[in-house]
Design a protein around this ligand. Structure first.
Ligand SMILES: NC(=O)c1ccc[n+]([C@@H]2O[C@H](COP(=O)([O-])OP(=O)(O)OC[C@H]3O[C@@H](n4cnc5c(N)ncnc54)[C@H](OP(=O)(O)O)[C@@H]3O)[C@@H](O)[C@H]2O)c1
Length: 271
């Protein structure tokens, strides 16, 4: 990773575990100093200690991105730092249910993290990168953002926002020397998924996802992680015509059916 262009500091929003931690480890290995944000302080501290031992400077912010003060809390630490890379990774969905049945605070938190937070962080750090005339922004997306899935209305819509937002930003920021990438990932073995009881032994490794993101930062606006089946699924579910049939046939399955769906995909790819 080119530290002259994207360094010396990288900010990983959702950087305590899973894909975010993998980004942090890869960047530290390339000499980047890091600011890591997550809600839980203990995993942040543990990761930061390991990274500091490699010789880089690491600062942590315990903040909840669904709350209005998260950017201000982060800025209190970063206003004195030269941030050349923003990775907005947080944003998985933990509660499923019909949109009209779920409490507003549940669905609004998804929108606050994945839409408002992503837009606010991008505006602030993107403007600073524009002044420097160089930098990079990676926004973590999902294959789920190619079609609306029942019980995941706010989540799938928010990931669609992120992809379209990234495409526009990519075009706006290229002349400013800033690379923008929507890193579109499939089923990945993160601690968040494991806590939900998902069959993570069938999922992509966070290290592969993060490596592909960094390696392809200049190949935006969208990079679909190369896990077998991901690109084919993206093509299938983004068909323009026949949306009713597509949504009925290909929406994200209930959590208890994830292992079956992953096995079917692996069989299709193997054939
Ligand atoms: N894993 C998959 O199969 C999969 C598939 C498609 C897309 N994705 C996308 O990949 C990204 C990472 O997902 P993930 O599975 O690692 O789960 P995640 O719940 O997004 O967690 C990733 C990181 O974000 C932090 N985080 C989550 N919510 C936060 C909040 N409200 N405020 C501050 N920090 C927060 C977590 O730490 P704390 O919990 O301590 O806050 C953790 O460090 C997400 O954008 C997700 O949509 C994941």
């Amino acid at each position: 990773m080119d530290i002259e262009k994207y360094g010396p500091w990288a900010l990983v929003v959702g950087g305590s575990e899973g894909v975010g931690a993998a980004f942090a480890r890869l960047l530290a290995a390339d000499g980047f100093n890091l600011v890591l944000i997550a809600r839980k302080q203990a995993p942040l501290d543990e990761l930061a200690a390991g990274l500091r031992a490699t010789g880089v400077d690491v600062r942590t912010v315990s903040a909840d991105l669904s709350q209005p003060g998260a950017l201000a809390q982060t800025r209190a630490l970063t206003d004195s730092l030269d941030i050349g890379l923003l990775i907005y990774n947080a944003g998985a969905n933990s509660v499923r249910g019909r949109f009209i049945d779920l409490p507003r605070e549940v669905t609004q938190a998804v929108i606050d993290v994945n839409v408002t937070g992503q837009a606010d962080f991008t505006r602030h750090y993107g403007a600073l990168m524009a002044k420097r005339g160089r930098g990079g922004i990676i926004l973590t997306g999902s294959l789920g953002g190619y079609l609306g899935s029942p019980t995941l209305a706010a989540y799938t819509a928010s990931k669609s926002f992120s992809r379209i937002f990234s495409e526009a930003l990519w075009a706006e920021c290229a002349p400013l020397g800033i690379d923008v990438l929507h890193l579109n990932i499939g089923f990945t073995a993160t601690p968040a998924m494991a806590r939900l009881g998902m069959p993570v032994d069938m999922a992509e490794s966070p290290e592969t996802v993060a490596r592909e993101g960094l390696e392809n930062i200049a190949n935006g606006p969208v990079w679909i992680v190369s896990t077998p089946g991901n690109a084919a699924r993206a093509r299938l579910i983004s068909l323009v015509d026949g949306r009713a049939a597509t949504v009925r046939a290909h929406a994200i399955v209930p959590r208890e059916d994830t292992a079956k769906a992953a096995a079917q995909l692996q069989n299709q790819v193997a054939r």
